[in-house]
Design a protein around this ligand. Structure first.
Ligand SMILES: *Cc1c(COP(=O)(O)O)cnc(C)c1O
Length: 218
């Protein structure tokens, strides 16, 4: 079995264990730092949803891949600088990391301009970490209201728990906030904790290392 099919199977088994349908959970295969040659076999296995965290890198790898696989769905899962909004709206299909008013305004304007109204997630900084982007939990409700006023299509919330914390309380908090906002989608869980996230209601898990192996940052 390939690492990819193992991840798929673990999602299906965990979903079944807690009475959920495997099809209710979307695997976002996080291919950042991996090459087109590494991505192709996963595409050939049937995977169509991918996550990248940098606009330029994603553009280089996925412009051609999207022509070849028209139903490929590309998620932006990293912080978006406002000067890259134009390229991001043109390339990506889902923006998971709306993390400031300034970005929300720029995205709303650019989506109108391009007539591409992409589904968006609000990134919530559930651990209130100063070095991390995202909206702190107590401001999420008012931030979501502002995004909706701007006309952004907010479909859910995403979070990246602090590395040294148990993830479960962060996932539970994200779910609670989504419920208060009547939002259906929850992007939470990575290689180390996606089964817990599925148990706690994730609709999207973002898995890189468990599919593609370690990233080489050197
Ligand atoms: C890199 C990354 C992931 C994937 O992490 P792995 O531990 O390799 O599965 C998921 N979400 C975000 C936001 C990331 O930047």
């Amino acid at each position: 079995m390939t690492p990819y099919s193992q991840v798929k199977e673990q999602i299906a088994a965990t979903a079944a264990d807690c009475g959920r349908k495997p099809s209710d959970i979307t695997l976002v295969a996080v291919s950042k730092m991996h090459t087109v040659d590494e991505i192709l076999p996963v595409l050939e296995s049937g995977q169509r949803v991918f996550g990248e965290n940098r606009v330029q890198e994603a553009k280089e790898k996925f412009t051609i891949l999207k022509e070849k696989y028209p139903n490929l769905e590309l998620h932006l899962i990293g912080h978006l600088q406002t000067n890259k909004v134009k390229d991001a709206v043109a390339l990506f299909d889902v923006i998971e990391t709306v993390d400031s008013i300034e970005l929300a305004e720029k995205l709303a304007a650019e989506m109108k301009k391009q007539n591409r109204f992409l589904p968006c997630f609000i990134e919530v900084n559930t651990g209130s970490e100063v070095q991390k982007s995202g909206i702190v939990s107590r401001e999420t409700l008012s931030f979501a209201a502002k995004c909706r006023e701007l006309g952004l299509n907010i479909v859910g919330l995403m979070c990246i728990p602090p590395v040294d914390d148990e993830p479960a309380p962060h996932f539970a908090l994200l779910k609670k906030l989504a419920k208060q906002l009547n939002l259906k989608e929850l992007s939470m869980g990575m290689s180390n904790d996606f089964p817990i996230a599925v148990q706690l209601g994730a609709t999207h898990v973002r898995v890189g290392t468990a599919i593609f192996g370690q990233r080489n940052y050197s």
